[in-house]
Design a protein around this ligand. Structure first.
Ligand SMILES: [Fe+2]
Length: 344
């Protein structure tokens, strides 16, 4: 009995789950698949067009099970070489993969809106590294899926490093892992005009009453301070994936740790009691510099870094794959969409 396309896809996915280096051989007698799948060790699976004029959004709409299976194993999928590249293709792609796209609320990064729920990835200065994190992991709800579109790759650098959060969790020492699992992470943000994001930007309102209501809905304690708002809340450090059931490292403990700010600036902000964000264990005990270093090392040992090619789309399962950004030179434009909200 000949193998159907669906059976062939299932076989390919099974083989890819072992991180095979080479794409499986084609099956004689079947029309060519419109796309080819491959992978290069840990990191995203790679999907490329195998014939001319592939409708990427159409393919994704009919291959939702394949996409989910690839994400479960690899945490991410890189779509490369599809035409015509552009933000319109990206929006149609993401809508096909994830019909319930999200606005970016309870934000931690400056972004520009460039379309309907379409944002620049972040407007941080080009010479800065963005610390590894899982999008909105400090919040009460977060996107299940996150996709980046490389509208213009940088002349040099600007990669989006990724790290499998299952591996990051296992890379931590047993005492550190156990303590975070038991206590969670306490976050504190000082939302002041001129230092980081203002409370109006973070909470998406100009009204103090609405800001207070949002804080209560998000489970945050809040206090109005000179020039702004202080908020504090606690969340788990490790969560169970909503589909695979696996435990993942899912928090902003390192991202919001004071060590992530430039050393000189961190000292000045701390001295003035104006640090825009800090993290502690859930019982309020400090996350020492040593522990913050251990977390960064756990990410680094799981890191996969690949250069962007203009036109690339990188789809991530936000709970399985953390991401960051390396400094870059030249013009770079990366767009992002997120969706499929998951709530705690
Ligand atoms: Fe991010």
């Amino acid at each position: 009995m000949s193998e159907s396309r669906r059976e062939r896809r299932a076989r390919q996915l099974q083989e890819f789950s072992n991180f095979d280096q080479d794409a499986p051989d084609p099956v004689p007698g079947l029309p060519p698949d419109p796309v080819s799948l491959s992978c290069q060790g840990p990191g995203p699976a790679i999907v490329e067009p195998a014939v001319d004029d592939v409708d990427l959004a159409g393919w994704c709409a009919t291959e939702t099970e394949s996409i989910r299976s690839l994400l479960n194993t690899h945490g991410g999928i890189l779509f490369r070489g599809f035409r015509p590249p552009g933000s319109e293709l990206f929006q149609r792609f993401f809508t096909a993969v994830c019909p319930d796209s999200m606005d970016y609320q309870d934000r931690s990064s400056p972004r520009s809106v460039v379309g309907d729920r379409l944002y620049t990835s972040t407007d941080h200065p080009a010479d800065q590294t963005i610390v590894m994190h899982s999008e909105l992991s400090y919040s009460a709800s977060w996107p299940a899926l996150l996709a980046f579109y490389s509208d213009k790759a940088a002349d040099a650098g600007g990669e989006t490093p990724i790290a499998d959060t299952r591996v990051v969790l296992q890379n931590l020492s047993a005492p550190t892992r156990e303590r975070f699992m038991r206590l969670g992470v306490r976050y504190r943000r000082e939302l002041r005009t001129g230092v980081g994001l203002s409370w109006q930007e973070v909470l998406g309102t100009q009204s103090r009453d609405e800001a207070e209501l949002t804080c209560r809905e998000l489970g945050m304690r809040y206090e109005w301070i000179e020039d702004g708002l202080r908020v504090e809340w606690t969340r788990p450090a490790v969560r169970q994936h909503h589909i695979t059931g696996e435990q993942v490292w899912f928090n902003h403990a390192a991202f919001f740790h004071v060590d992530s700010v430039e050393p000189g600036l961190a000292d000045a902000l701390e001295a003035a009691e104006m640090s825009p964000f800090t993290t502690a264990f859930g019982d309020g005990s400090p996350i020492t510099g040593e522990v913050a270093t251990e977390i960064r090392s756990a990410y680094e040992r799981a890191l996969v870094v690949r250069p962007w090619v203009t036109g690339d789309i990188l789809l991530l399962d936000n709970m399985l794959m953390a991401h960051g950004r390396l400094p870059y030179q030249g013009a770079r434009r990366l767009l992002v969409m997120m969706g499929g909200p998951v709530s705690s």
